[in-house]
Design a protein around this ligand. Structure first.
Ligand code: SAM
Length: 254
């Protein structure tokens, strides 16, 4: 790994260690997102419930989560659909936690985008919440995802611009959308920037309401990070929307 990639990797290892140990973070997640999925992003219960609308009506479902963290979101999807769940993430701490928590109809791998592979037509649904940014080559990765999907299967990706990925000039085009276009893959897109702004405000309020708990645990640095991540929610919506945008992309494989 390059130096800055290693920094990111180590940060995620620490993040998932903290999510195991911190009661304050679990309480924060419940208040901010409606459910504790150890989120490092924006996957609140409303967004995750949206995924359920795209589950193909089939027996013997297989769902893959790209960047699954400790697998709690997959656990929720399994409860609702009885699917066999598959997840991968490069954080070993996250994957160890997932393996401990989910033992039934579940498979988790500590591996990286660009290195991992699955047999063609393995999954009915592939989800990726805030992780497509880390693909070393976006076009190669979307082609690979389409290979992994069964016919009639769905790819569902939540994707943010403005923090990890710089906002593009062309309003309709993100790096992900550009890659899908170049690969001639048809998709639907829903702009959820407004609800993301509201969610960021809620995240900030929830972090503040658990500040003391974070401090008592010695987890001040995570509280400070949450403050930094939600700083932009102090602006009015129009200023926010000039800098950030969030979309849900869905692709159905014919
Ligand atoms: C922004 S977090 C999103 C996590 C989770 N999906 C969520 O919504 O809370 C990005 C996730 O991708 C993982 N990740 C980052 N780069 C990766 C890579 N190159 N290969 C696999 N996983 C990666 C991180 O460990 C982290 O769990």
């Amino acid at each position: 790994m390059e130096n800055n990639e290693l920094l990111f990797y180590n940060e995620y290892e620490q993040f998932y260690k903290m999510t195991e140990e911190s009661k304050a973070f679990k309480n924060f997640c419940r208040e901010a997102f409606g459910e504790d999925f150890s989120q490092d992003g924006f996957s609140d219960l409303n967004q995750v419930k949206r995924i359920l609308d795209y589950v193909p009506p089939r027996e013997d479902l297989h769902i893959l989560d790209i960047g699954c963290g400790n697998g709690k979101m997959l656990g929720f999807l399994q409860q609702k659909t009885d699917a066999f769940i598959h997840g991968f993430d490069y954080s070993k701490n996250a994957i160890n936690a997932a393996k401990n928590m989910f033992k039934n109809k579940a498979e988790f791998r500590a591996d990286s985008i660009g290195e991992i592979d699955y047999p063609d037509e393995s999954f009915d649904l592939i989800v990726s919440m805030d992780t497509m940014y880390f693909a070393p080559n976006q076009e190669d990765f979307v082609k690979q995802i389409m290979r992994w999907l069964k016919k009639g299967g769905v790819f569902f990706a939540a994707y943010q611009e403005g923090d990890v990925m710089p906002k593009t000039q062309n309003e309709k085009t993100t790096v992900l959308a550009e890659a899908l276009d170049k690969c001639d893959i048809g998709y639907e897109v829903k702009d959820i920037t407004r609800e993301t702004f509201d969610l960021l405000k809620k995240k900030r309020g929830a972090a503040l309401s658990h500040q003391k708990e974070f401090e008592e645990e010695g987890n001040n640095e995570w509280f400070e990070l949450l403050m930094l991540q939600t700083e932009c929610a102090k602006n009015d919506y129009d200023s926010f929307a000039k800098e950030m945008a969030r979309y849900i992309y869905t692709v159905k494989k014919s």
